[in-house]
Design a protein around this ligand. Structure first.
Ligand SMILES: [Zn+2]
Length: 285
């Protein structure tokens, strides 16, 4: 029987050498340099939350955000995105992008080697790449929700859609939809623009879903703003403090102690608000 060498994977992780900024020791850790979103969709959440390029020093447990390059291949959109290291010069960034691109193409079957693979969209740093990918995710979810949104005829029906399509509960999606209303108006599609505008108004009047409320609290500017957000809610979901605790535990696991602390502060605020609205009765005491 013929022995087969394993097929090369399109995604690539390689050892990365890092000097710990806290203890000064050098350590090596495997780091993803190429992520093919079709092959490894599981890596997308880690890319979006930044943990993909985070490493823990084995000597002192300090957590480091590594300044490593990353090539992302999205075969569905036929796109190649390259995030250069923040510290690299443009010529060096182009050379690394070329090298990673060549390795990706070599791992693809001949039929999949399309011309778009020779032109990566360059950004600087992981953060910029995350922003691009998040916009894509919102756009996709919104496209999927749009037919149902246009079919809903009453405000209550529109508001109920937030449960099946949580994206409709986000401020980002509503901003997209407002842009779309303007586009329709500019194209002279007045009745369609009006229909979408009515649905937008129904969405704006909908109470926040748990996830939307969580996001709103996370992005509020401080305790006063969070109080104001909570005060506007007709009811505060009882599981909200537990959701913040779960996020805090996740953050702790990644060595983000300060983030975990902030999440617990917000969780405590929501718990106090819930208790203030439902004071314990004599029976509970
Ligand atoms: Zn260290």
């Amino acid at each position: 029987m013929e022995t087969q060498s394993p097929a090369p994977t399109r995604s690539l992780a390689e050892p990365w050498r890092q000097i710990c900024r806290r203890c000064g020791h050098a350590f090596e850790t495997p780091i993803w340099l190429i992520v093919d979103l079709e092959e490894r969709p599981d890596l997308l959440p880690r890319l979006l939350d930044g943990s993909l390029h985070q490493a823990i020093c084995p000597h002192c447990d300090a957590s480091h955000a590594l300044d490593a390059p990353l090539l992302v291949h999205d075969p569905v959109r036929e796109r190649l995105l390259f995030a250069a290291q923040a510290s690299s010069a443009p010529a060096q960034a182009r050379r690394i992008a070329r090298e990673l691109g060549t390795r990706l193409i070599a791992a693809l079957p001949r039929a999949a080697r399309a011309p778009y693979l020779t032109r990566a969209l360059h950004v600087r740093g992981l953060r910029e790449l995350q922003r691009l990918l998040r916009e894509n995710a919102t756009g996709d979810a919104l496209s999927a929700a749009l037919p149902a949104l246009m079919q809903a005829t009453t405000p209550a029906e529109v508001q109920a859609l937030v449960h099946s399509h949580p994206v409709l509960g986000t401020a980002e999606a509503r901003a997209h939809l407002r842009d779309y209303v303007s586009t329709l108006q500019a194209r002279g599609e007045a009745s369609l623009a009006r229909a979408l505008q009515q649905r937008l108004e129904a969405l704006a009047a909908a109470p926040d879903t748990r996830v939307a409320l969580l996001h709103r609290l996370l992005h509020a500017g401080g305790p006063e703003q969070r109080q104001a957000v909570l005060a506007r809610q007709p009811s505060i979901p009882a599981e909200l403090p537990a959701m913040f605790e779960a996020l805090a535990v996740q953050a702790e696991r990644r060595g983000l102690a300060a983030v975990a602390h902030d999440l617990r502060v917000i969780g405590d605020e929501t718990r106090r608000q819930i208790q203030a609205r439902h004071p314990p009765t004599d029976r509970d005491a």
